[in-house]
Ligand binder design. Structure first.
Ligand code: G6P
Length: 369
């Protein structure tokens, strides 16, 4: 009924709009109210254990795997700790020779995904310390892992994950800061500014949601296209993967996410007049590199949709449609850029008459191999 959807037409739309609240709930109790410090005992792993961690394995399926990729960039950049990421169905069978002082992190909304549980059990059996980033309280993963970090984003009913994903990013951001701090890598000032940025996120997510009308207009222009390409570099690369997955899952449009720098090794062959390419561009080190990829798409008359927090003239000029998203910082922009991409997938799917909450052939949680 409309009532259980909080007045929204679909659970997915409700859950997209719940993100400011969900993110605040993930943060709650884990940062001191004055924003000066992470509350270490609320992370599912002890400060001393973090200090000893020399390698991290991030493993998951589906959308949760995209959170792993974002986590890798965060942890390696800020906490200078090497991270290996893998899809659980691969990880579970490839006899990983774990390195000493490793931490295995399973990311799973449901805590019941069969492959993710198998990977977690393999890590445990190998004597590696394990942590689950989980949304469902009391789930199998949360019970079996040595520690659990609950995202507390509330029940997610829509099959396509939205708020679970963005709150997983928040969890990884908090763990990254705690790890960096435990290793003595963060000077007080940058630690505090990372935390202040995080405390801004719920309000900024609220701002990003205000783009909905624009996105709906954009959806009307593109919903009949049969193919989409999503491109980004750095942290925007996993955001591109997730944007493409979202569109594919609920609208059945063929969509592919790619690292922008890799496009010339394949996907560019598809580009012809009007071919939609969504560029996700953070105002960071990668901006100029991505601009040159945009020029190559433009030269082939592709239809460029840009999601960015940069107002650079050249970026706007190369874009057929430019969606400005007010950003915070490259790490947290992954959350803010994901919101218009979720809305785009949603509105395209609605225009195509798809069953948004229950897409064909997909399950909310894949509990069999
Ligand atoms: C299914 C769902 C996805 C989800 C994935 C992993 O494919 O449709 O939305 O990302 O499983 O689920 P988990 O509960 O382990 O995060």
């Amino acid at each position: 009924s409309m009532a259980e959807k909080g007045g929204y037409k679909h659970f997915m739309l409700k859950e997209i709009h719940e993100q400011p609240r969900a993110i605040a709930d993930t943060i709650r109790g884990r940062v001191l109210p004055d924003g000066s410090e992470v509350v270490y005992k609320e992370l599912g792993i002890r400060f001393e254990e973090l200090a000893l961690t020399r390698k991290i394995y991030l493993v998951a399926c589906g959308t949760s795997y995209h959170a792993c990729l974002i986590g890798k960039y965060m942890i390696e950049n800020i906490a200078k700790t090497p991270v290996e990421t893998d899809i659980a169905s691969e990880f579970r069978y490839r006899n990983v020779p774990f390195e000493q002082d490793s931490l295995f992190i399973a990311i799973t909304q449901s805590g019941e995904t069969a492959d993710t549980l198998a990977a977690l059990r393999f890590a445990k059996k190998s004597g590696v310390k394990t942590l689950a980033i989980c949304n469902v309280v009391g789930s199998t993963a949360s019970r079996e892992a040595d520690g659990v970090f609950y995202t507390h984003s509330g029940p997610e009913i829509g099959v396509a994950s939205t708020k679970a994903f963005t709150t997983q990013i928040v969890a990884l951001y908090l763990l990254t800061l705690a790890l960096a701090k435990a290793k003595g890598l963060l000077v007080e000032q940058s630690y505090i500014s990372f935390l202040r940025n995080l405390l801004m996120l719920p309000r900024m997510a609220e701002e990003a949601l205000k783009l909905e009308n624009r996105i709906q207009q954009l959806a009307k222009e593109v919903y009949r296209k049969p193919n989409f390409l999503y491109l980004g570099r750095g942290l925007c690369y996993p955001v591109a993967l997730e944007g493409a997955l979202k569109l594919k899952e609920i609208s059945y449009i063929h969509a592919e996410g790619y690292a922008a720098g890799e496009m010339k090794h394949g996907p560019i062959a598809l580009v012809e007049e009007g071919f939609p390419v969504v560029f996700i561009v953070s105002d960071d080190f990668y901006l100029d590199k991505t601009l040159s990829n945009m020029e190559e798409i433009k030269a082939r008359d592709g239809f460029i949709i840009t999601i960015s927090d940069s107002k650079k003239e050249k970026l706007k000029k190369l874009s057929d449609r430019f969606i400005y998203v007010e950003g915070i910082h490259t790490y947290l922009n992954t959350v803010l850029f994901s919101i218009p991409l979720q809305l785009l997938a949603y509105h395209v799917a609605v225009l195509r008459g798809c069953d948004v909450d229950q897409p064909r052939n997909l399950a909310k949680s894949v509990t069999v191999e």
